[in-house]
Ligand binder design. Structure first.
Ligand code: HAM
Length: 425
């Protein structure tokens, strides 16, 4: 036999036992973002490399070492999108959606980053992104955070996430701060690791984001960005904090939150799990008032976020009880050809009555014993048995697969009634 071809490392299949969870999450997300007036936008998976270099920044991990970049047959440099904000802005400018207009847009789809794969970190991952254009008021920053909170509640994970916020200030204030950081770290070059040495002059803010334990004491004593805020950014941040407090949202101010993409100013935020492991941010975003202009549009304030669906699904699978997963109601077991015909049609009618329930009809045939084995494996609550007697009497035997109860014999009408009372319970 030829060797099996495997998927690319860090790129995963979503198997049938997980797809219902993905569908539930996707439905909840699209329903909630629509309730805030957001409209879906779809853009290509591949863009010109220049787009990401100019927006995310040349000296970022993403652009320096994580992009899937290739030359196409014309020799153009193209890149599989590592994130959606740059694409959304590009599409917005190109299609005239942003000029002098307010836009609330969302997108859902795969992003690609050549990172070292581990749990929660993949090379192809799914993001839901939300971007609001034309609004400079901190009210919209607060509203998108409220929207994320509503999403966590709907998914049942709100008690497992903590909101971290920070302000990066105006570009001018950030420049001041940058100088202060370079001064500070230059006095300690001997303690800087290789990455930080390289970043010292190109992107010193990113040194604060280092996960290297050896660097932590140095980082802890570094000047703080919030001390360098300009008045306008300070006001923006204060107003955001009071809006969040008034809405009952608890947050932590995290002066080390600088984000890994260069386009942000003022508000930045991340929702993290309390899990101390590295991949604990499920949702992240902030304000990027300069990006539209930087990509050739007219100056347009903007704010948004993206959440990683794998991280959400992983969290849900870890914390939600197994019974929240959708298991079949019943598994049909049938004796012979006549019983199989009947099973097929009864199952159809039950699906009409109970569209929310799952019925599986054994299609592999074989002995009762092997059908029972498959019924058990399916995790169904009941087996519906159609033997020769049942077919003759026009009845169905119900066997409890997960409880110690005697089996029961029903007519089809009685079975519908029985399932009706079960689904109401
Ligand atoms: P980001 O922080 O790079 O921001 O990614 C947002 C989220 O995508 C992360 O919090 C995480 O949940 C998920 N994510 C990122 N990388 C991976 C990975 N390798 N594997 C699994 N999940 C991952 C952005 O992408 C910005 N575009 C967010 C934004 C939108 N800012 C403003 N608007």
């Amino acid at each position: 036999m030829p060797p099996i071809i495997q998927a690319i490392r860090g790129m995963n299949d979503v198997l049938p036992e997980q797809t219902h969870l993905w569908q539930t999450v996707e439905n909840i997300l699209s329903r909630i973002v629509a309730a805030y007036g957001y409209q879906e936008i779809r853009f290509p998976i591949v863009e010109k490399t220049e787009l990401f270099k100019r927006s995310i920044g040349e000296v970022t991990d993403i652009v320096e070492k994580e992009m899937y970049t290739f030359s196409d047959r014309n020799g153009d440099s193209l890149t599989l999108r590592p994130e959606g904000t740059a694409c959304c802005v590009r599409a917005g400018i190109e299609n005239g959606l942003l000029y002098n207009q307010l836009q609330r847009l969302w997108y859902l789809g795969p992003m690609f980053r050549h990172e070292r794969p581990q749990k929660g970190r993949y090379r192809q991952f799914q993001q839901l992104g939300v971007e609001a254009f034309g609004m400079a008021d901190p009210l919209i920053d607060a509203e998108i955070i409220l929207m994320t909170m509503r999403i966590w509640r709907a998914l049942g994970i709100e008690n497992h996430l903590v909101l971290h916020i920070n302000s990066l200030g105006s570009p001018a204030a950030r420049n001041d701060y940058r100088t202060a950081l370079i001064d500070y770290f230059s006095q300690h070059t001997d303690k800087l690791d290789e990455d930080s040495q390289r970043r010292l002059h190109s992107n010193p803010l990113r040194i604060l984001d280092s996960k290297n334990p050896v660097m932590q004491p140095l980082i802890a004593d570094a000047p703080q960005l919030l001390e360098h805020l300009d008045t306008e950014s300070q006001q923006h941040f204060d107003e955001l904090k009071s809006l969040l407090t008034a809405a009952g949202i608890t947050y932590q101010i995290n002066p080390r939150l600088v984000r890994g993409l260069d386009y942000y100013n003022q508000t930045v935020f991340e929702w993290m799990t309390s899990d101390e492991k590295a991949q604990n941010t499920v949702c992240a975003g902030g304000r990027y008032d300069g990006l539209v202009e930087q990509l050739g549009g007219s100056a347009t304030p903007a704010v948004g976020f993206a959440m990683g669906l794998e991280r959400i699904v992983n969290l849900m699978t870890e914390i939600l009880p197994k019974e929240r997963g959708q298991t079949p109601c019943a598994y049909f077991i049938m004796a012979d050809t006549l019983a199989r015909q009947r099973g097929l049609t009864v199952a159809e009618r039950l699906r009409n009555h109970f569209p929310q329930l799952i019925f599986i009809v054994d299609a592999a045939a074989g002995s009762f014993k092997s059908q029972f084995k498959r019924a058990d494996k399916s995790a169904a609550q009941f087996a519906f048995i159609l033997g020769e007697d049942e077919v003759r009497q026009n009845k169905i035997t119900l066997k409890y697969l997960r409880e110690e109860k005697p089996q029961e014999i029903f007519t089809e009408a009685e079975l519908v009634k029985f399932l009706g009372t079960k689904t109401q319970a």
